[in-house]
Design a protein around this ligand. Sequence first.
Ligand code: NAD
Length: 483
Amino acid sequence: MTVAHQTVTSFIDGAFVPARGEPLAIVNPADESIAGTLHEADEAEVAAAVDGAARAFRSGPWPRMVMAERRKVFQRIIEAVRDNMDELAALETAATGQPIHYSRFIQLPRIIANFEFYAEWPAYALETATSERGRSLRYVLREPLGPVALISPSNAPTALASTKVAAALAFGNTCVVKTSENTPMALARFVQLLHEAGVPEGVVNMVNGRGQVTGDALVRHPAIKAVSFTGGTATARHIAAAAGQGLKRVDLELGGKSANIVMPSADLDKALDAALIAVFTNSGQQCFAGSRLVLHRSIAEDFLGRFAERADAIRVGHPYEEGVENGPLAHANSYRRVERMIAEAREDGCAVLAGGRRADGFDKGYYYRPTVLRAPSNDVRICQEEVFGPVAAAIVVDSLDEAIAVANGSRYGLVSYVWTNDLREAMRAAESIEAGWVHVNTPMLALDPRFPFGGYKESGVGRDGAPAARSFFTEEKTVNYAM
Ligand code: NAD
């Protein structure tokens, strides 16, 4: 399914507003054609969107509904997304460049999983009241928080926004969503679908534009009670500072430089398959990419040789081509960043075992070969900075303790992967690694809303996932009732 040129404007009070703001081109990274035009929301337009959300919160039906009523709407949303999946996938691929099968069958079905989960979970997460020997009764009331800002990144604009929208709505909030100015098209259609499925007007609004213009105005707006953000660590510093001024809650899900430790007792074939998936899926544009391979010396040569060979065999191509595993990088800036970081890695003494160059056969588009580097130590720039591209850097170690030290030798702490069949090693690694999610003998998994997901250190503040989302998206009020 190809996509006609899209015009993306803000969605306020149940409808797209007329095109007014500064036009910005949405570039298709597969061939650098113009996939659409975004009209940037300025401060006044952001204020109109927040006013819509505030009105819907103050006097609309959504915050007042019981869960059974909201669940009916969630079920209609699931049907609408299912019925329009091909269109959503085509829109997502036209802006992100990710292979169409990946959009259609891996990333966007997460919208459905999120709404299925949040349609049920709040009803089952029951609180218990405490009676003080018949003299008093104490219990907790949870009230929706208010209009919230939900900001998603360019690598999974719609799926990650849906995690936040489903959670915010399940607890009765209203919201204004925003994603990257480069990738707004599928999210805009999804927001429209929410309303076609019965979400009342003003409950979900969308603004579009650059972070420092539209995003900043959204975060600073005084009626916004909380900001749930997924994106880069540098951006999060601005958001946290702006939200701090307004004493707003923040949930920050940020970047990573995750270690993938392989020990000698591991099933090396499985570890190899999983390591390739962990770092090269979506051309490495994943927060939880296992971008540092930490290999025990006794298996390093063989493992790395096979890993580089397999990386060389990955098919890079147009997102619609049959059999393509990796599409282009999402943006010209991402491509330039990868080129710069590979040049720095060479300067720092890294050996290039695979890739390290543009993919052959493309005059246009941001195609880069999966790249494997052997790093002289964990201190070089390629091992310390997030690439957000198809680049794995290998570090050789002599013991589990050294592997753990390397894994923790990072300002990030999002995810880690450990491959070992020694139970004691596995448990020690899981306890010692500073990361929000440790996978033992497990390939990269999609986020599971039943569990907390988030980062240590500069990978985040707070957690996505149901247990934390309940506190984040509600005011908790303890009631003490004397009998
Ligand atoms: P980014 O930080 O550039 O942008 C993310 C979003 O923030 C966009 O919608 C952008 O417009 C907005 N934004 C930028 N400046 C802003 C400001 N001053 N105020 C308000 N909003 C602003 O990130 P990106 O390039 O879109 O995404 C890649 C990053 O996201 C990587 O670092 C990746 O690791 C991270 N990420 C993290 C997770 C996670 O769950 N931890 C998941 C996916 C991606």
